[in-house]
Design a protein around this ligand. Structure first.
Ligand SMILES: [Fe+2]
Length: 450
């Protein structure tokens, strides 16, 4: 039997078309050629940037109040933080930069447009390919606000198709397959390593609830699409790195409802059945690694800390065909960036101290006020208890509570918190403090997967 070369070519095209159609939306795009098999690969991973465009606020009293009374986000310097991180990307030139959602403060259209412009500049200067997915704050957000003098006002957010269009050059147009039921997509930047970028958000409910719905899930149809993606990767001998905004596992005994996927058991089963063993998530703003399963079928969920909060960390994932994946964290050196760029703002020039003080002072004050209001403790005791909260919270966000566990457990403040089990007014904060004590010796800033 003989084959006509043209017929052979035609049947190859048909096969590719059928495979892609079966998987979801087949994508015609400006995809660059994938990095060839056997090549080492470097990736940076960041999350929860919560960018806010300068054009959305005037730095007036309403904006000052907003960021100062928040959860520790250093929004007053977000543009400088992203620029300093961009400069790091330009210097190190990783092959890939992954951003796992909550790109903007509250989904303001102007913030999305300004961030996409920054991403374009970073890609052009570094040659790095950026891949994004949305977080729960990014799409159809009823809380999108601008700030002028002492007033807040509504500003436009974006719907899912606008989001896809604004970030088309950061994943969507490079996808080899897209899910028909969400903004999830599969990208193949290298022949060896593929990225399964999953949209876990429920923005379609935001109008009804008038909030950016915190919870997340992966629908049944998306899980079926994930199976098809995994099969294709297996056929092509590619490893998959899975990225989503919500967490696969509970990273806190206290804060997990709305953070861990609502249908995490189904999702975990699908991931395990399909060999998806390395997951990156965000949403919690803390640095924490959890895993489940025996070594041969273990799944890791690495929750990355937020780029807008102390200690301004990001993940570095290196892939080598010989040794597999090597993960560690690094920090953005904002002080150095400020010096190199001739900045004269003392806060920027001493950013490590300035931002640590901002973060720890807020934790200390919150705890001190709650304890003092009970009227049950002396000034010195309240100070000890606030100091415990400050130290734990600081290390919790950078993923290093394991290093101070003994010091905390021996401290006067911690002993007072333990003894406060009957003080109703301290119940919530006491539970939060106890939940930060690590129950295993996992290094949250380092991991090797062969
Ligand atoms: Fe966030």
């Amino acid at each position: 039997m003989s084959f006509h070369p043209k017929k052979l070519l035609l049947s190859s095209f048909l096969l590719v078309f059928i495979v892609l159609s079966l998987m979801g939306t087949a994508c015609s795009s400006n995809r660059p050629d994938p990095i060839v098999s056997g090549t080492e690969l470097s990736m940076f991973i960041t999350t929860d940037i919560h960018y806010i465009a300068d054009s959305v606020h005037d730095n007036g009293s309403a904006f000052q109040k907003y960021w100062k009374t928040g959860d520790g986000r250093q929004l007053n310097y977000i543009d400088e933080i992203v620029s300093a991180f961009g400069s790091k990307v330009e210097k190190e030139k990783p092959d890939i930069l992954i951003v796992s959602g909550d790109l903007t403060t509250n989904g303001e259209k102007e913030s999305h447009l300004a961030l996409a412009k920054k991403f374009k500049e970073i890609e052009e200067a570094s040659g790095t390919s950026i891949y994004v997915i949305p977080g729960n704050h990014d799409i159809s957000n009823p809380w999108a606000r601008g700030f002028k003098e002492d007033k807040k006002f509504k500003v436009p957010s974006v719907d899912s198709s606008e989001f896809k269009d604004i970030y088309k050059d950061f994943g969507f147009s490079e996808a080899i397959s897209r899910d028909n039921y969400s903004l999830s997509y599969l990208a193949a930047p290298s022949e060896d390593v593929w990225l399964l970028m999953l949209d876990t958000c429920e923005y379609y409910l935001n109008d009804k609830t008038n909030t950016p719905v915190t919870n997340g899930e992966l629908g049944e149809n998306t899980l079926k699409w994930i199976e098809k993606c995994s099969k294709l990767a297996k056929e092509k001998n590619a490893r998959i790195v899975t990225v989503m905004h919500h967490n696969l596992y509970n990273h806190s005994s206290r804060i997990h409802y709305g953070f861990t996927l609502d249908n995490h058991i189904n999702v975990e089963n699908t991931f395990r059945d399909n060999g998806l063993n390395l997951v990156f998530s965000g949403h919690l703003h803390i640095q924490d690694i959890k895993y489940k399963g025996e070594e041969e079928n273990r799944i890791y969920d690495i929750a990355s800390s937020s780029m807008v909060m102390y200690p301004f960390q990001y993940g570095v994932l290196d892939y080598s065909p010989e040794s597999g994946f090597d993960y560690k964290t690094d920090r953005v050196d904002i002080e150095n960036w400020a010096r190199e760029n001739g900045k004269t703002d003392e806060n920027l020039l001493n950013f490590a101290t300035y931002s640590e003080d901002f973060f720890t002072n807020a934790s200390f004050a919150k705890a001190y006020n709650v304890v003092a209001e009970t009227g049950l403790y002396s000034v010195i005791e309240a100070g000890y208890m606030a100091e415990t909260m400050k130290l734990l919270n600081l290390n919790y966000f950078r993923g290093t509570t394991g290093l101070i566990k003994e010091q905390i457990e021996n401290s006067s403040g911690y002993k007072l918190w333990i003894a406060a089990d009957q003080v109703e007014a301290l119940e919530a904060m006491r539970a939060y403090i106890l939940s930060m004590i690590p129950h295993n010796d996992i290094d949250n800033n380092k991991l090797q997967i062969k």
